[in-house]
Ligand binder design. Structure first.
Ligand SMILES: *[C@@H]1O[C@H](CO)[C@@H](O)[C@H](O)[C@H]1NC(C)=O
Length: 437
């Protein structure tokens, strides 16, 4: 172990990444973590991921000294190496796979982590631009990009979405929110699958407990994302009611969810969006026009489109503004830290990608088969060209791990027709198929 960390230190120095100890301390909020606690646990006791062989606790602690609103990585709190590796065990391809020949296996593994961490900088980093007024660019970079996993809640440690008395200094502060923190999307279909909890919190300054604002490493938000993550947990035999108690994303430690929810988002396709991981690995199809323009294979650029629809390119100054620019600069820094190539500069942004992902023409969701609802036979669902809540994964565009879900999703769509025909504007008179349950 000693030899290994000595080697890492050398690597870090040669890559010019400096060391965390030279960085000014981040602002801390609240009273800090409890002095002791049980380490986070995995109810499924999954075996270690191969990732743990190369990405060590020393590296995590060196990279994220400002995690948890300035107090540093801590197993009692949402962000720790222990929580990170439990999340990674549920996604054994993360930081371990190498499905392309553009990069070596080691390079692909490193680029995968670099991409996830880069988005964490933009989403929950300290993002202290003042570093650049007191330090050289290189030193400032080495501290700025060590600011990841700083925030827990959208709005940071004094979030305007929470109660003034519980502004976000402890993970449980996110249990309640005001109207602005609701992030509740509604439609007949969303309400059928992922209806927001309207439960009252009893706190006049933050009257809701059904609060779906951004939480965790890359800020999962909105009831339909919490709900889809809950369904995924359910499929892992982890029964947690996130729609009722969304703040469990921050407070659950069996398993710890603050990083897992974000890794789920990073690893999961939501048509018309491929998984960010699959873009970085090159396991995606961008369509003929994009391919002809070079937007294909293992690249970073379009991942910013997935997370926040950002394609403004990289600012010329440092640290530059938030958004895609920050994601790109952070990806470059993490690639430097790990000693991995960033790839061609023009493909670090989605700025010049000719066809944005939502404009590609293929089927995206399962919807009632309108060609058969009038028949005297069971209702059916078929793929449709518009987005919906029940994904259809076109085999020309999505890897087998996703297309394997299609038949289950078709059945889920059919069940929803019988469960609530009105949300599809169907009734037994106009849609005789409903008479054949
Ligand atoms: C989309 O799905 C319909 C069936 O609902 C099918 O007829 C059509 O060929 C599909 N289109 C594509 C591009 O796969």
């Amino acid at each position: 172990m000693r030899g290994a960390s000595f080697f890492l230190l050398l690597l870090a120095l040669t890559a010019g990444s400096g060391s965390a100890s030279n960085c000014p301390k981040a602002a801390k909020y609240g009273n800090g973590p409890p002095s002791s606690c049980a380490a986070p646990t995995d109810p499924n006791k999954k075996p270690p991921s191969a990732l743990e062989r190369w990405f060590t606790k020393d590296m995590f602690n060196d990279l994220f000294p400002k995690a948890n609103i300035g107090w540093g990585p801590n197993k009692c709190w949402p962000y720790s190496y222990e929580a990170f590796v439990i999340a990674a065990r549920y996604f054994p391809d993360f930081g371990t796979s190498s499905p392309n020949n553009v990069y070596t296996a080691k390079e692909n593994n490193k680029r995968d982590l670099a991409a996830f961490f880069a988005h964490a900088i933009q989403e929950t980093g300290e993002n202290n631009a003042a570093l650049y007024s007191t330090m050289s660019k290189q030193d400032a970079d080495n501290c700025f990009y060590r600011g990841g996993f700083y925030n827990w809640f959208e709005g940071g440690p004094t979030s305007s979405l929470l109660a003034p008395s519980n502004p976000g200094h402890s993970p449980s502060d996110g249990n309640v929110c005001n109207t602005a923190g609701r992030y509740c999307a509604t439609s007949p279909q969303i309400d059928y699958f992922y209806k927001c909890s309207d439960a009252s919190s009893g706190n006049p300054a933050a009257p809701y407990s059904g609060c779906y604002f951004g939480r965790g490493a890359i800020q999962i938000s909105y009831n339909y994302n919490y709900g889809q993550f809950q369904e995924w947990l359910d499929a892992q035999n982890i029964k947690i009611n996130l729609i009722k108690n969304p703040n469990l994303v921050m407070t659950s430690m069996d398993p710890p969810l603050a990083i897992m929810a974000s890794l789920w988002f990073y690893m999961t396709a939501q048509p018309p969006k491929p998984a960010m991981h699959d873009i970085v690995m090159g396991s995606w199809n961008s369509g003929p026009t994009n391919i002809a323009a070079g937007y294909t294979g293992p690249i970073f650029g379009p991942t910013s489109l997935i997370i926040n629809n950002e394609c403004n390119g990289e600012d010329p100054t440092d640290p530059g503004g938030p958004g895609e620019s920050r994601r790109i600069k952070a990806f470059k820094w993490f690639c430097g830290y790990f000693g991995a190539p960033t790839g061609p500069a023009n493909l670090l942004t989605c700025k010049d990608m000719p066809v944005k992902l939502g404009d590609l023409k293929y089927n995206l969701s399962y919807e009632p088969d309108w060609a058969t609802t009038w028949k005297n036979e069971r209702c059916n669902c078929v793929p449709a060209s518009y987005g919906g809540l029940v994904n259809y994964f076109d085999p020309n565009y999505y890897p087998a791990k996703f297309t394997a879900q299609n038949e289950n999703n078709r059945q889920k769509c059919i069940a929803s027709i019988y469960g609530d025909p009105a949300m599809y504007n169907m009734d037994k008179g106009s849609s005789p198929c409903l008479n054949y349950p």
